[in-house]
Write a protein that binds this ligand. Structure first.
Ligand SMILES: Cc1cc2nc3c(=O)[nH]c(=O)nc-3n(C[C@H](O)[C@H](O)[C@H](O)COP(=O)(O)OP(=O)(O)OC[C@H]3O[C@@H](n4cnc5c(N)ncnc54)[C@H](O)[C@@H]3O)c2cc1C
Length: 540
Protein backbone atom coordinates (compact mmCIF):
# COMPACT_ATOMS: atom_id res chain seq x y z
CA UNK A 1 0.00 0.00 0.00
CA UNK A 2 1.45 3.37 -1.00
CA UNK A 3 1.83 6.09 1.61
CA UNK A 4 1.03 9.72 0.86
CA UNK A 5 2.87 12.25 2.99
CA UNK A 6 1.57 15.67 3.88
CA UNK A 7 1.92 18.32 6.54
CA UNK A 8 -1.76 18.58 7.36
CA UNK A 9 -4.51 16.14 6.50
CA UNK A 10 -7.96 17.69 6.76
CA UNK A 11 -10.78 15.21 7.14
CA UNK A 12 -13.94 16.65 5.58
CA UNK A 13 -14.33 19.00 2.62
CA UNK A 14 -17.26 20.87 4.12
CA UNK A 15 -17.07 24.65 4.34
CA UNK A 16 -14.75 24.63 7.37
CA UNK A 17 -12.31 22.05 5.97
CA UNK A 18 -12.16 23.83 2.62
CA UNK A 19 -11.61 27.24 4.20
CA UNK A 20 -8.83 25.87 6.39
CA UNK A 21 -7.11 24.25 3.41
CA UNK A 22 -7.35 27.46 1.40
CA UNK A 23 -5.85 29.45 4.25
CA UNK A 24 -3.00 26.98 4.86
CA UNK A 25 -1.98 26.56 1.23
CA UNK A 26 -0.52 30.06 0.62
CA UNK A 27 1.63 29.61 3.72
CA UNK A 28 3.49 26.79 2.02
CA UNK A 29 1.74 24.01 3.93
CA UNK A 30 1.42 20.72 2.07
CA UNK A 31 -2.25 20.13 2.80
CA UNK A 32 -4.55 17.36 1.63
CA UNK A 33 -8.24 16.79 2.19
CA UNK A 34 -10.10 13.51 2.43
CA UNK A 35 -13.85 13.62 1.87
CA UNK A 36 -16.22 10.70 1.94
CA UNK A 37 -18.70 12.24 -0.49
CA UNK A 38 -18.08 12.31 -4.21
CA UNK A 39 -20.22 15.38 -4.76
CA UNK A 40 -21.04 18.54 -2.85
CA UNK A 41 -24.09 18.51 -0.60
CA UNK A 42 -26.66 20.27 -2.81
CA UNK A 43 -29.26 21.42 -0.28
CA UNK A 44 -29.46 24.47 2.00
CA UNK A 45 -28.21 24.33 5.56
CA UNK A 46 -26.70 27.32 7.37
CA UNK A 47 -28.09 30.71 6.29
CA UNK A 48 -26.21 33.41 8.25
CA UNK A 49 -22.80 34.76 7.23
CA UNK A 50 -21.33 37.26 9.67
CA UNK A 51 -18.96 40.22 9.41
CA UNK A 52 -15.96 38.30 10.68
CA UNK A 53 -16.40 35.50 8.13
CA UNK A 54 -16.64 38.14 5.44
CA UNK A 55 -13.24 39.51 6.40
CA UNK A 56 -11.76 35.99 6.44
CA UNK A 57 -13.03 35.28 2.95
CA UNK A 58 -11.61 38.62 1.86
CA UNK A 59 -8.20 37.43 2.99
CA UNK A 60 -8.47 34.64 0.40
CA UNK A 61 -9.20 37.13 -2.37
CA UNK A 62 -12.79 35.91 -2.67
CA UNK A 63 -14.66 39.16 -1.97
CA UNK A 64 -15.81 39.72 -5.54
CA UNK A 65 -17.13 36.20 -5.94
CA UNK A 66 -18.64 36.14 -2.48
CA UNK A 67 -20.60 39.40 -2.64
CA UNK A 68 -23.15 38.29 -5.27
CA UNK A 69 -24.24 35.32 -3.13
CA UNK A 70 -24.78 37.37 0.03
CA UNK A 71 -28.18 38.81 0.83
CA UNK A 72 -28.74 42.04 2.74
CA UNK A 73 -30.94 41.13 5.70
CA UNK A 74 -30.84 44.25 7.84
CA UNK A 75 -34.25 45.86 8.18
CA UNK A 76 -35.89 42.51 7.33
CA UNK A 77 -37.79 42.37 10.59
CA UNK A 78 -41.13 43.68 9.41
CA UNK A 79 -42.64 46.88 10.73
CA UNK A 80 -40.42 49.70 12.02
CA UNK A 81 -37.41 48.38 10.15
CA UNK A 82 -36.44 46.02 12.95
CA UNK A 83 -33.90 43.39 12.07
CA UNK A 84 -34.18 39.96 13.70
CA UNK A 85 -36.94 39.75 16.23
CA UNK A 86 -38.50 37.47 18.80
CA UNK A 87 -42.32 37.65 18.68
CA UNK A 88 -45.05 36.07 20.76
CA UNK A 89 -47.94 33.98 19.39
CA UNK A 90 -49.87 37.19 18.63
CA UNK A 91 -46.83 38.36 16.66
CA UNK A 92 -46.19 41.15 19.16
CA UNK A 93 -42.57 42.16 19.45
CA UNK A 94 -40.62 40.70 22.38
CA UNK A 95 -37.14 41.83 21.41
CA UNK A 96 -35.09 42.94 18.39
CA UNK A 97 -31.72 41.28 18.47
CA UNK A 98 -29.80 42.75 15.57
CA UNK A 99 -28.58 46.26 15.88
CA UNK A 100 -27.13 48.32 13.12
CA UNK A 101 -24.12 49.74 14.91
CA UNK A 102 -21.06 49.29 12.73
CA UNK A 103 -19.22 46.09 13.48
CA UNK A 104 -15.51 45.94 14.21
CA UNK A 105 -14.93 44.30 10.81
CA UNK A 106 -16.57 47.12 8.85
CA UNK A 107 -19.28 44.90 7.34
CA UNK A 108 -22.95 44.40 8.29
CA UNK A 109 -23.39 42.21 11.35
CA UNK A 110 -24.78 39.35 9.33
CA UNK A 111 -25.91 38.56 5.79
CA UNK A 112 -28.07 35.81 4.35
CA UNK A 113 -26.66 33.09 2.12
CA UNK A 114 -27.38 29.68 0.71
CA UNK A 115 -24.76 27.17 1.90
CA UNK A 116 -24.44 25.16 -1.35
CA UNK A 117 -23.45 28.33 -3.25
CA UNK A 118 -20.75 29.07 -0.69
CA UNK A 119 -19.48 25.49 -0.80
CA UNK A 120 -19.35 25.62 -4.61
CA UNK A 121 -17.22 28.76 -4.37
CA UNK A 122 -14.86 27.14 -1.86
CA UNK A 123 -14.64 23.87 -3.78
CA UNK A 124 -13.99 25.62 -7.10
CA UNK A 125 -11.30 27.76 -5.48
CA UNK A 126 -9.67 24.73 -3.85
CA UNK A 127 -9.48 23.01 -7.25
CA UNK A 128 -8.09 26.16 -8.91
CA UNK A 129 -5.47 26.44 -6.18
CA UNK A 130 -4.42 22.81 -6.58
CA UNK A 131 -5.51 21.51 -3.21
CA UNK A 132 -5.75 17.72 -3.48
CA UNK A 133 -9.14 16.41 -2.37
CA UNK A 134 -9.41 12.62 -2.08
CA UNK A 135 -13.12 12.13 -2.58
CA UNK A 136 -14.93 8.87 -1.87
CA UNK A 137 -12.78 7.87 1.11
CA UNK A 138 -13.52 7.73 4.80
CA UNK A 139 -11.08 7.62 7.68
CA UNK A 140 -11.06 4.21 9.32
CA UNK A 141 -8.05 4.42 11.66
CA UNK A 142 -5.72 7.05 13.10
CA UNK A 143 -2.44 5.94 14.58
CA UNK A 144 -0.43 8.64 16.36
CA UNK A 145 3.37 8.52 16.53
CA UNK A 146 5.88 10.93 18.06
CA UNK A 147 6.28 12.93 14.86
CA UNK A 148 3.33 11.98 12.65
CA UNK A 149 -0.10 10.44 12.38
CA UNK A 150 -0.82 7.47 10.13
CA UNK A 151 -4.31 7.63 8.72
CA UNK A 152 -6.02 4.72 7.03
CA UNK A 153 -8.54 5.65 4.35
CA UNK A 154 -11.15 3.20 3.13
CA UNK A 155 -13.13 3.67 -0.07
CA UNK A 156 -16.73 4.38 0.76
CA UNK A 157 -19.02 1.60 -0.35
CA UNK A 158 -22.34 2.34 -1.94
CA UNK A 159 -25.08 2.45 0.65
CA UNK A 160 -28.77 2.81 0.19
CA UNK A 161 -30.24 5.42 2.43
CA UNK A 162 -32.39 8.45 2.61
CA UNK A 163 -29.83 10.95 3.84
CA UNK A 164 -26.42 12.20 2.84
CA UNK A 165 -25.24 8.58 2.53
CA UNK A 166 -27.24 8.33 -0.70
CA UNK A 167 -24.37 9.99 -2.47
CA UNK A 168 -21.70 7.68 -1.06
CA UNK A 169 -20.10 5.59 -3.73
CA UNK A 170 -16.57 4.40 -4.39
CA UNK A 171 -14.53 6.40 -6.86
CA UNK A 172 -13.22 4.35 -9.73
CA UNK A 173 -9.49 4.38 -10.33
CA UNK A 174 -8.16 5.18 -13.80
CA UNK A 175 -7.98 1.57 -14.94
CA UNK A 176 -11.50 0.95 -13.72
CA UNK A 177 -10.36 -1.31 -10.85
CA UNK A 178 -12.04 -1.02 -7.51
CA UNK A 179 -10.52 1.72 -5.38
CA UNK A 180 -8.34 0.46 -2.59
CA UNK A 181 -7.36 1.35 0.92
CA UNK A 182 -4.89 4.22 1.17
CA UNK A 183 -2.58 5.35 3.90
CA UNK A 184 -1.63 8.96 4.55
CA UNK A 185 1.13 10.03 6.91
CA UNK A 186 0.52 13.56 8.15
CA UNK A 187 2.29 15.76 10.66
CA UNK A 188 -1.13 16.96 11.87
CA UNK A 189 -4.71 15.88 11.30
CA UNK A 190 -7.67 18.24 11.59
CA UNK A 191 -11.10 16.64 11.79
CA UNK A 192 -13.51 18.97 9.98
CA UNK A 193 -15.88 16.08 9.45
CA UNK A 194 -19.06 17.53 10.82
CA UNK A 195 -21.40 16.86 13.71
CA UNK A 196 -20.97 13.07 13.64
CA UNK A 197 -17.20 13.31 13.31
CA UNK A 198 -15.35 10.04 12.77
CA UNK A 199 -12.07 11.64 13.86
CA UNK A 200 -13.68 12.67 17.15
CA UNK A 201 -14.94 9.14 17.70
CA UNK A 202 -11.70 7.40 16.71
CA UNK A 203 -9.67 9.60 19.05
CA UNK A 204 -12.20 9.46 21.91
CA UNK A 205 -12.69 13.20 22.27
CA UNK A 206 -15.23 13.70 25.06
CA UNK A 207 -17.98 16.32 24.84
CA UNK A 208 -19.92 18.61 27.15
CA UNK A 209 -23.58 18.46 26.23
CA UNK A 210 -26.03 21.10 27.44
CA UNK A 211 -28.85 18.64 26.70
CA UNK A 212 -30.75 21.24 24.73
CA UNK A 213 -31.93 19.16 21.81
CA UNK A 214 -34.97 19.70 19.66
CA UNK A 215 -36.11 18.33 16.34
CA UNK A 216 -37.24 20.94 13.85
CA UNK A 217 -38.85 20.57 10.47
CA UNK A 218 -36.77 22.77 8.19
CA UNK A 219 -38.54 23.97 5.04
CA UNK A 220 -36.50 25.86 2.47
CA UNK A 221 -38.64 27.80 0.07
CA UNK A 222 -37.70 29.02 -3.38
CA UNK A 223 -39.53 32.26 -4.05
CA UNK A 224 -41.38 32.53 -7.34
CA UNK A 225 -40.58 35.86 -8.99
CA UNK A 226 -39.44 37.09 -5.59
CA UNK A 227 -42.97 36.83 -4.16
CA UNK A 228 -43.04 37.12 -0.38
CA UNK A 229 -46.56 36.96 1.11
CA UNK A 230 -47.71 39.99 3.13
CA UNK A 231 -47.95 37.78 6.25
CA UNK A 232 -44.21 37.12 6.04
CA UNK A 233 -43.36 40.72 5.16
CA UNK A 234 -45.22 41.82 8.26
CA UNK A 235 -43.27 39.62 10.69
CA UNK A 236 -39.98 39.84 8.81
CA UNK A 237 -37.09 37.73 10.06
CA UNK A 238 -38.47 36.39 13.30
CA UNK A 239 -38.55 33.67 15.89
CA UNK A 240 -42.21 33.13 16.71
CA UNK A 241 -42.28 32.10 20.37
CA UNK A 242 -45.64 30.37 20.08
CA UNK A 243 -45.91 27.55 22.63
CA UNK A 244 -48.40 25.82 20.34
CA UNK A 245 -45.82 25.67 17.54
CA UNK A 246 -42.44 27.35 17.92
CA UNK A 247 -41.60 28.67 14.47
CA UNK A 248 -38.66 30.35 12.76
CA UNK A 249 -39.24 32.55 9.75
CA UNK A 250 -35.91 33.78 8.46
CA UNK A 251 -33.97 34.65 5.34
CA UNK A 252 -32.50 31.81 3.28
CA UNK A 253 -30.17 33.46 0.81
CA UNK A 254 -31.09 35.33 -2.35
CA UNK A 255 -34.49 34.22 -3.70
CA UNK A 256 -35.27 31.99 -0.72
CA UNK A 257 -37.04 31.91 2.63
CA UNK A 258 -36.39 29.53 5.49
CA UNK A 259 -39.14 28.26 7.79
CA UNK A 260 -38.54 25.97 10.74
CA UNK A 261 -41.25 24.33 12.84
CA UNK A 262 -40.41 22.61 16.10
CA UNK A 263 -41.57 19.02 16.54
CA UNK A 264 -44.02 19.00 19.44
CA UNK A 265 -43.98 16.51 22.30
CA UNK A 266 -45.71 13.33 21.13
CA UNK A 267 -45.57 14.26 17.45
CA UNK A 268 -43.79 11.76 15.21
CA UNK A 269 -41.11 12.77 12.74
CA UNK A 270 -42.94 10.88 10.01
CA UNK A 271 -46.15 12.84 10.45
CA UNK A 272 -44.27 16.14 10.56
CA UNK A 273 -42.52 15.29 7.31
CA UNK A 274 -45.80 14.58 5.50
CA UNK A 275 -46.35 17.00 2.63
CA UNK A 276 -49.80 17.91 3.91
CA UNK A 277 -48.48 18.69 7.39
CA UNK A 278 -45.78 20.92 6.02
CA UNK A 279 -47.99 22.87 3.63
CA UNK A 280 -50.53 23.15 6.44
CA UNK A 281 -47.88 24.75 8.64
CA UNK A 282 -46.83 27.13 5.87
CA UNK A 283 -50.38 28.15 4.93
CA UNK A 284 -50.88 30.73 7.73
CA UNK A 285 -47.75 32.45 6.43
CA UNK A 286 -49.24 32.80 2.96
CA UNK A 287 -46.96 30.28 1.24
CA UNK A 288 -48.81 27.69 -0.85
CA UNK A 289 -47.92 25.25 -3.62
CA UNK A 290 -49.31 27.85 -6.02
CA UNK A 291 -46.95 30.68 -5.12
CA UNK A 292 -43.63 29.06 -4.16
CA UNK A 293 -41.51 25.94 -4.60
CA UNK A 294 -40.08 23.77 -1.89
CA UNK A 295 -36.36 23.17 -2.18
CA UNK A 296 -35.85 21.03 0.91
CA UNK A 297 -37.71 19.65 3.85
CA UNK A 298 -35.83 17.80 6.51
CA UNK A 299 -35.95 17.12 10.22
CA UNK A 300 -32.87 18.62 11.78
CA UNK A 301 -31.90 18.14 15.43
CA UNK A 302 -30.49 21.29 17.04
CA UNK A 303 -27.84 20.46 19.59
CA UNK A 304 -25.73 22.42 22.07
CA UNK A 305 -22.44 20.69 22.77
CA UNK A 306 -18.70 21.09 22.44
CA UNK A 307 -15.57 19.00 22.76
CA UNK A 308 -13.81 19.25 26.13
CA UNK A 309 -10.20 18.95 24.99
CA UNK A 310 -9.65 20.39 21.55
CA UNK A 311 -6.31 18.71 20.91
CA UNK A 312 -5.05 15.15 21.32
CA UNK A 313 -1.40 14.96 20.39
CA UNK A 314 -1.28 15.73 16.67
CA UNK A 315 -5.00 15.56 16.10
CA UNK A 316 -7.45 18.40 16.52
CA UNK A 317 -10.94 19.30 15.36
CA UNK A 318 -12.74 22.30 13.87
CA UNK A 319 -16.28 23.31 12.90
CA UNK A 320 -19.26 21.12 13.70
CA UNK A 321 -16.90 18.30 14.67
CA UNK A 322 -15.77 20.51 17.56
CA UNK A 323 -19.01 22.21 18.54
CA UNK A 324 -22.66 22.43 17.63
CA UNK A 325 -24.98 25.20 18.67
CA UNK A 326 -28.66 25.87 18.05
CA UNK A 327 -29.12 28.19 15.07
CA UNK A 328 -30.90 31.05 16.87
CA UNK A 329 -27.90 33.38 16.63
CA UNK A 330 -26.69 32.14 13.24
CA UNK A 331 -23.27 31.42 14.69
CA UNK A 332 -22.71 27.67 14.13
CA UNK A 333 -20.90 27.83 10.82
CA UNK A 334 -19.34 31.23 11.54
CA UNK A 335 -17.77 29.70 14.65
CA UNK A 336 -16.33 26.96 12.45
CA UNK A 337 -14.77 29.58 10.20
CA UNK A 338 -13.19 31.16 13.28
CA UNK A 339 -11.70 27.76 14.21
CA UNK A 340 -10.21 27.53 10.72
CA UNK A 341 -8.74 31.02 10.99
CA UNK A 342 -7.28 30.21 14.41
CA UNK A 343 -5.57 27.07 13.10
CA UNK A 344 -4.49 28.65 9.82
CA UNK A 345 -1.77 30.77 11.42
CA UNK A 346 -0.88 28.35 14.20
CA UNK A 347 -0.13 25.23 12.15
CA UNK A 348 2.35 26.85 9.72
CA UNK A 349 4.29 28.36 12.64
CA UNK A 350 4.39 24.98 14.37
CA UNK A 351 5.41 23.15 11.19
CA UNK A 352 8.22 25.61 10.50
CA UNK A 353 9.51 25.30 14.06
CA UNK A 354 8.84 28.96 14.91
CA UNK A 355 6.18 28.09 17.47
CA UNK A 356 6.09 25.57 20.26
CA UNK A 357 3.45 23.01 19.28
CA UNK A 358 2.17 22.27 22.79
CA UNK A 359 1.81 25.91 23.78
CA UNK A 360 0.28 27.10 20.55
CA UNK A 361 -2.18 24.22 20.20
CA UNK A 362 -3.11 24.63 23.85
CA UNK A 363 -3.87 28.27 23.10
CA UNK A 364 -6.27 27.14 20.35
CA UNK A 365 -8.33 25.52 23.08
CA UNK A 366 -7.93 28.38 25.55
CA UNK A 367 -9.10 30.98 23.07
CA UNK A 368 -11.78 29.10 21.16
CA UNK A 369 -13.41 27.09 23.95
CA UNK A 370 -14.37 30.20 25.87
CA UNK A 371 -15.71 31.88 22.75
CA UNK A 372 -17.71 28.90 21.53
CA UNK A 373 -19.13 27.94 24.92
CA UNK A 374 -20.28 31.53 25.58
CA UNK A 375 -22.06 31.71 22.25
CA UNK A 376 -23.61 28.28 22.74
CA UNK A 377 -24.91 29.15 26.20
CA UNK A 378 -26.39 32.40 24.81
CA UNK A 379 -28.02 30.48 21.95
CA UNK A 380 -29.55 28.08 24.45
CA UNK A 381 -30.88 30.93 26.59
CA UNK A 382 -32.47 32.68 23.63
CA UNK A 383 -33.57 29.38 22.13
CA UNK A 384 -35.27 28.22 25.32
CA UNK A 385 -37.63 31.20 25.01
CA UNK A 386 -38.46 30.13 21.46
CA UNK A 387 -38.83 26.42 22.26
CA UNK A 388 -41.02 26.68 25.39
CA UNK A 389 -44.27 24.77 24.92
CA UNK A 390 -45.85 25.53 28.31
CA UNK A 391 -47.99 28.67 27.73
CA UNK A 392 -47.63 30.01 31.28
CA UNK A 393 -43.88 29.58 31.36
CA UNK A 394 -43.67 31.02 27.85
CA UNK A 395 -45.55 34.18 28.88
CA UNK A 396 -43.27 34.63 31.89
CA UNK A 397 -40.21 34.24 29.71
CA UNK A 398 -41.51 36.79 27.20
CA UNK A 399 -42.14 39.33 29.94
CA UNK A 400 -38.71 38.73 31.43
CA UNK A 401 -37.09 39.24 28.03
CA UNK A 402 -39.12 42.38 27.37
CA UNK A 403 -38.11 43.84 30.73
CA UNK A 404 -34.52 42.80 30.46
CA UNK A 405 -33.58 42.58 26.78
CA UNK A 406 -30.18 41.14 25.93
CA UNK A 407 -27.74 43.72 24.61
CA UNK A 408 -28.11 42.43 21.04
CA UNK A 409 -25.50 40.53 19.15
CA UNK A 410 -21.94 40.96 20.26
CA UNK A 411 -18.51 39.58 19.53
CA UNK A 412 -17.19 37.76 22.58
CA UNK A 413 -13.46 38.18 23.17
CA UNK A 414 -11.17 35.19 22.91
CA UNK A 415 -10.49 33.16 26.05
CA UNK A 416 -7.31 33.64 28.07
CA UNK A 417 -4.41 33.24 28.38
CA UNK A 418 -4.09 32.25 24.70
CA UNK A 419 -1.52 33.98 22.53
CA UNK A 420 -2.55 37.35 23.91
CA UNK A 421 -1.31 39.95 26.35
CA UNK A 422 -3.34 40.46 29.52
CA UNK A 423 -4.60 43.86 28.30
CA UNK A 424 -8.38 44.37 28.07
CA UNK A 425 -8.28 45.05 24.31
CA UNK A 426 -6.29 41.88 23.61
CA UNK A 427 -8.49 39.10 22.25
CA UNK A 428 -10.96 41.53 20.69
CA UNK A 429 -11.40 41.91 16.95
CA UNK A 430 -9.34 44.69 15.43
CA UNK A 431 -11.04 47.59 13.71
CA UNK A 432 -11.49 47.79 9.97
CA UNK A 433 -12.72 51.05 8.47
CA UNK A 434 -12.43 52.87 5.18
CA UNK A 435 -9.29 54.88 4.53
CA UNK A 436 -9.02 57.80 2.17
CA UNK A 437 -6.45 57.01 -0.47
CA UNK A 438 -5.31 58.64 -3.71
CA UNK A 439 -8.12 56.90 -5.59
CA UNK A 440 -11.00 57.15 -3.16
CA UNK A 441 -12.19 55.42 0.00
CA UNK A 442 -11.11 51.81 0.51
CA UNK A 443 -11.38 49.35 3.36
CA UNK A 444 -8.21 48.87 5.40
CA UNK A 445 -7.70 45.29 4.17
CA UNK A 446 -7.90 46.36 0.53
CA UNK A 447 -5.24 48.96 1.14
CA UNK A 448 -2.86 47.10 3.45
CA UNK A 449 -3.56 43.41 2.91
CA UNK A 450 -3.56 40.66 5.50
CA UNK A 451 -1.35 38.90 8.02
CA UNK A 452 0.54 40.00 11.12
CA UNK A 453 0.39 43.80 11.46
CA UNK A 454 1.86 46.46 13.69
CA UNK A 455 -0.46 49.41 13.36
CA UNK A 456 -0.12 52.90 14.77
CA UNK A 457 -1.43 56.40 14.15
CA UNK A 458 0.60 59.08 12.42
CA UNK A 459 2.80 59.40 9.37
CA UNK A 460 5.58 57.05 10.46
CA UNK A 461 5.17 53.37 11.15
CA UNK A 462 6.58 51.64 14.22
CA UNK A 463 9.30 50.14 12.04
CA UNK A 464 11.40 53.24 12.68
CA UNK A 465 11.47 52.29 16.38
CA UNK A 466 12.23 48.60 15.93
CA UNK A 467 15.55 46.91 16.57
CA UNK A 468 17.08 44.63 13.94
CA UNK A 469 16.11 41.64 16.06
CA UNK A 470 12.44 42.68 16.16
CA UNK A 471 12.43 43.49 12.45
CA UNK A 472 13.89 40.09 11.63
CA UNK A 473 11.38 38.22 13.76
CA UNK A 474 8.31 40.25 12.88
CA UNK A 475 9.13 40.94 9.24
CA UNK A 476 11.21 37.99 8.05
CA UNK A 477 10.00 35.15 10.26
CA UNK A 478 6.32 36.08 10.62
CA UNK A 479 6.04 38.01 7.36
CA UNK A 480 4.42 40.87 9.29
CA UNK A 481 3.93 44.45 8.12
CA UNK A 482 4.22 47.80 9.87
CA UNK A 483 1.46 50.22 8.93
CA UNK A 484 0.60 53.72 10.06
CA UNK A 485 -2.63 55.61 9.52
CA UNK A 486 -2.45 59.36 9.11
CA UNK A 487 -5.27 61.78 9.99
CA UNK A 488 -5.79 62.48 6.28
CA UNK A 489 -6.55 58.78 5.69
CA UNK A 490 -8.68 58.39 8.81
CA UNK A 491 -11.10 61.09 7.73
CA UNK A 492 -13.86 60.10 10.17
CA UNK A 493 -11.39 59.75 13.04
CA UNK A 494 -12.54 56.19 13.71
CA UNK A 495 -9.06 54.74 14.14
CA UNK A 496 -8.19 57.67 16.34
CA UNK A 497 -11.23 56.91 18.52
CA UNK A 498 -10.34 53.22 18.69
CA UNK A 499 -6.78 53.92 19.83
CA UNK A 500 -7.89 56.67 22.19
CA UNK A 501 -10.63 54.63 23.85
CA UNK A 502 -8.96 51.24 24.07
CA UNK A 503 -5.20 51.61 23.82
CA UNK A 504 -3.58 55.05 23.73
CA UNK A 505 -2.97 57.51 20.92
CA UNK A 506 0.78 56.92 21.01
CA UNK A 507 0.44 53.14 21.01
CA UNK A 508 1.12 50.52 18.38
CA UNK A 509 -1.27 47.58 18.21
CA UNK A 510 -0.12 44.12 17.18
CA UNK A 511 -2.83 42.40 15.13
CA UNK A 512 -2.81 38.68 14.36
CA UNK A 513 -3.67 37.14 10.97
CA UNK A 514 -7.10 36.15 12.33
CA UNK A 515 -7.75 39.88 12.93
CA UNK A 516 -7.65 39.61 16.73
CA UNK A 517 -5.59 42.02 18.79
CA UNK A 518 -2.54 40.37 20.40
CA UNK A 519 -1.74 43.45 22.50
CA UNK A 520 -0.41 46.99 22.32
CA UNK A 521 2.35 49.18 23.69
CA UNK A 522 3.71 52.69 23.33
CA UNK A 523 5.39 52.93 19.92
CA UNK A 524 8.70 53.44 21.70
CA UNK A 525 8.14 50.07 23.42
CA UNK A 526 7.42 48.14 20.23
CA UNK A 527 10.42 45.83 20.73
CA UNK A 528 8.96 44.65 24.04
CA UNK A 529 5.63 43.91 22.38
CA UNK A 530 7.25 41.87 19.61
CA UNK A 531 9.43 40.04 22.14
CA UNK A 532 6.33 39.24 24.20
CA UNK A 533 4.75 37.67 21.11
CA UNK A 534 7.92 35.71 20.33
CA UNK A 535 8.05 34.34 23.87
CA UNK A 536 4.39 33.36 23.88
CA UNK A 537 4.75 31.57 20.55
CA UNK A 538 7.78 29.77 21.96
CA UNK A 539 5.79 28.67 24.99
CA UNK A 540 8.00 30.68 27.38
C1 LIG B 1 -28.88 18.21 7.23
C2 LIG B 1 -28.29 19.45 7.87
C3 LIG B 1 -29.06 20.59 8.04
C4 LIG B 1 -28.53 21.75 8.63
N1 LIG B 1 -29.32 22.85 8.78
C5 LIG B 1 -28.80 23.97 9.36
C6 LIG B 1 -29.57 25.10 9.52
O1 LIG B 1 -30.75 25.09 9.19
N2 LIG B 1 -29.00 26.21 10.08
C7 LIG B 1 -27.68 26.23 10.49
O2 LIG B 1 -27.18 27.24 10.99
N3 LIG B 1 -26.92 25.16 10.35
C8 LIG B 1 -27.44 24.04 9.80
N4 LIG B 1 -26.67 22.95 9.66
C9 LIG B 1 -25.33 23.05 10.18
C10 LIG B 1 -24.38 23.74 9.24
O3 LIG B 1 -24.61 23.29 7.96
C11 LIG B 1 -23.01 23.43 9.78
O4 LIG B 1 -22.73 24.30 10.89
C12 LIG B 1 -21.88 23.56 8.79
O5 LIG B 1 -22.14 22.83 7.63
C13 LIG B 1 -20.60 23.07 9.46
O6 LIG B 1 -19.58 22.99 8.54
P1 LIG B 1 -18.45 21.90 8.74
O7 LIG B 1 -17.55 22.08 7.58
O8 LIG B 1 -17.91 21.98 10.11
O9 LIG B 1 -19.20 20.50 8.68
P2 LIG B 1 -20.07 19.85 7.50
O10 LIG B 1 -20.69 20.88 6.65
O11 LIG B 1 -20.95 18.85 8.15
O12 LIG B 1 -18.98 19.13 6.62
C14 LIG B 1 -18.32 17.97 7.07
C15 LIG B 1 -17.76 17.25 5.87
O13 LIG B 1 -17.03 16.12 6.35
C16 LIG B 1 -17.37 15.00 5.56
N5 LIG B 1 -17.15 13.80 6.37
C17 LIG B 1 -17.87 13.38 7.41
N6 LIG B 1 -17.36 12.24 7.90
C18 LIG B 1 -16.27 11.95 7.15
C19 LIG B 1 -15.33 10.90 7.18
N7 LIG B 1 -15.40 9.92 8.06
N8 LIG B 1 -14.33 10.89 6.27
C20 LIG B 1 -14.25 11.88 5.34
N9 LIG B 1 -15.13 12.90 5.27
C21 LIG B 1 -16.13 12.94 6.17
C22 LIG B 1 -18.82 15.23 5.19
O14 LIG B 1 -19.19 14.49 4.06
C23 LIG B 1 -18.85 16.72 4.96
O15 LIG B 1 -18.55 17.06 3.63
C24 LIG B 1 -27.18 21.77 9.08
C25 LIG B 1 -26.41 20.62 8.90
C26 LIG B 1 -26.94 19.46 8.31
C27 LIG B 1 -26.06 18.23 8.14
Amino acid sequence: MSIDDCDVLIVGAGPVGLLLALMLRPKGVNVKIVERQRALYPLPRAVAFDHESRRLFGSLGLTEELNPILEDIMGEGGENGTNYVWRDADLKLIVDLFFEAPTRSGFPLSMGFNQPELEQLLDKTAIQRNIPIMRGYTVSALDQHADSVDVLLEPVTCKQGTTIEERDSPIATKGGEAPHTRRVRASYVVGCDGANSTVRRLQNFSMTNLDFENDWLVADILLRDGYVPPEVRKVGAAQICDPKRPTSCVWGGIGRKRFEFMRLPGESKESLLQDDTMWGLLAPWGFTKDNCDLERKVIYTFRARWVDNFVKGRVTLAGDALHQMPPFMGQGLNSGFRDAAALAWRLPLILSGVANADAVLRSYQEERLDHVSRLTVDCVQLGSVVCETDPIKARQMHEALRKNPPPGFYDPPLGRPGILTAQPEAGHLSLQRELKTGDGQHLFDEVHGYGWMLLNLGDTSAMSQMSDVSCRFFGDVLGGKCVSISPSEDTEGEYRDWFDTHMGLDHVVLIRPDFYVFGHAAVTEVDGLVEDLRRKLSGL
